[in-house]
Design a protein around this ligand. Sequence first.
Ligand code: PLP
Length: 427
Amino acid sequence: MKIDKSIELYTRGKKNLVGAVNSPVRAFKSVGGVPIFIDRAKGSKIFDVDGNEYVDMVLSYGPMILGHRNSTVEKTVKKYMKNGYTFGASTKGEIIMAELVCDAFPGMDKVRFVNSGTEAVLSAIRLARAFTGKNKIIKFAGCYHGHSDALLVAAGSGLATLSIPGSKGVPDEAVKNTLIAEFNNIKSVERHLRNDDVAAIIIEPIAGNMGVIQPSAKFIKELKELTKASGILLIADEVMTGFRSQFGGAQELLGFEADITCLGKVVGGGFPVGAYGARNEIMEMVAPLGDMYQAGTLSGNPIAMSCGIATLKELKNQDPYKDFEKTAAFLEREMKMAAKANGIDLQVNRFGSMINPFFTKTRVVDFKTAQTSDTDKFKTFFWKMMENGVFLPPSQFESWFLSTAMTKRDIYKVRSAIQIAMKAVAN
Ligand code: PLP
């Protein structure tokens, strides 16, 4: 695989960028080699600076659910670019976007747009504390909720990939109110509820940041009952799953309603948008209606809103969720067959359009079991997939994503790459 130009840019980039990247998972640290530099993308394909072409299953870590440069979305964005880029005052687009989002998530009467998933979650935590007057937050080991101080503990993929337990620079006081429970283990949650200062439980309802991990239906039901009975808020971090698992996110798929929902990724269609929303009684705490302060110069940016609106409308029209399920089931079967043929222990976890393999014979149901995966095998697998034209996240602990732009031909290309890559893993 020719990557001379990527190597050249990596060498040049290291001088003025940290590790030549602006987000650590892009550094390819756990799979070795240098990060690939991208030139452009269109539809289901992404092209690097050396001219290599890949079927894109990273999709910018989720947002590009329609593939790249969807023509309807692009036309809309171009149109709105002509009106100006940002005004520091309200626009009609923000209202249309809010209507679309609140319509998709019945638990949301009102929504506030921000610029990233991190910002959505840190604001939701502040809101939960403001509403309940309590301080502690329960989070699950292996779930990632962005890089705000309080949530940077036991935080899944980026840290697991780099083998960093938490982060330097986060003071003990910042995490002293963060309690850790185990995914799919209600007893580990109940244990913390002896503490009467708990404001909220935050969860990735379908975990995607320790690889894909599906919650048991019982676990979600118990979480909902437990929070309701104890006056604690349930925060669904749907930054990854919102509009991806179903149009109404994991909540629609799993049949529950959170007290506060966080969104990001797909909601901006590739532009920097995050959002948090809840029923009126909770959202009325937020300034200017209430005393919980949260603001942003570029929040609700008109171009980002136009991209989000066009993406959500197109997604609603296309309604791809049944097809995603079929494609993911096909890929699961193919991966398992190829692994078996080569004597490799493999688990494949998937939910909706999120899927990934774990190189282990242990069933993967939480962070601990995810870590039984053989990351050296993943490394070999990853590079063979790349060599054979499939762009995957460079980490064992990240979900692969499907887009509506993927054709049958692309899916067969992924299958052939899987067959070659599994053989390489066995050797
Ligand atoms: N929450 C979840 C579930 C995520 O997957 C991510 C990002 O991967 C975030 C929050 C943070 O979002 P952002 O990277 O936009 O800040």
